[in-house]
Design a binder for this molecule. Sequence first.
Ligand SMILES: Nc1ncnc2c1ncn2[C@@H]1O[C@H](COP(=O)(O)OP(=O)(O)OP(=O)(O)O)[C@@H](O)[C@H]1O
Ligand SMILES: C[C@H](N)[C@H](N)CCCCCC(=O)O
Ligand SMILES: [Mg+2]
Length: 233
Amino acid sequence: MDHFWVVGTGTDVGKTFITTLMMRYLQRKGLKVVPYKPVQTGAVKKGNKTHYSDTTTYLTYSLQPLSPDDINSYSFPTPASPHFAAELEGEWISGAQILNKIDHLTKEYDVVICEGAGGLYVPLQPYTSLTLLDIIQRSKLPAVLVTRSNLGTINHTLLSLEALKSRGIELLGIIVNQYEHSPIEKSNVQTLQRFIPSIPFVIVEGNRTIESFDDETIFERLMKRELLRTSGS
Ligand SMILES: Nc1ncnc2c1ncn2[C@@H]1O[C@H](COP(=O)(O)OP(=O)(O)OP(=O)(O)O)[C@@H](O)[C@H]1O
Ligand SMILES: C[C@H](N)[C@H](N)CCCCCC(=O)O
Ligand SMILES: [Mg+2]
């Protein structure tokens, strides 16, 4: 079975939103799916409770039971780069631990969807050059890139694609998120398609709920055959 990363051109582009949509889409195909957020930062306080929006979103919207231990390795309260958020807590993010976890999960689930933290060149440790991109490369899994639709996305998207290509990371597709149908967004998508002619594009509209995508097959053309095969098919 293919497992893959959902990565972004930066933070807040919609990686969790898209991961959740793809999780539900594949769960509805009868596949046993786990979203895995290796490192999340930025605790959300509600009253005397603290939670993390990424894993809370997975748990809230999953159509299958999820074990909290399976969906995350590191959580740090400061909304900052993983290397700094970990340092503030006196913690150390181990790349080997993340890769071992992914290996374990791929043996337990039909599909593992790994979500990045921020963009690609995100440091994981305060005194080394280890980045999320290194981990993605070492995992040998392909990636879906989530990008914005508005002004600035052309450069951010092409730079991110260059980074993936330079590491030999297979690109499954590009998801243009929070699309609002403006002329500049239409031009942005056409321009990106001109620069990246052979890759599937999926346009995801903004201001919609997770459930509102349930009956859509927007990910059909993204999914390689292996992802759609359910047992016995
Ligand atoms: N297509 C969409 N429609 C409606 N809301 C969206 C959409 N995409 C993203 N959002 C909302 O925008 C916010 C940022 O999205 P999200 O949390 O998925 O970003 P992210 O890339 O995962 O960020 P991080 O780098 O922190 O992991 C969230 O509140 C999310 O629910
Ligand atoms: C806090 C935020 N929502 C993400 N969890 C982490 C973003 C890291 C960005 C690092 C950087 O590119 O400066
Ligand atoms: Mg997220």
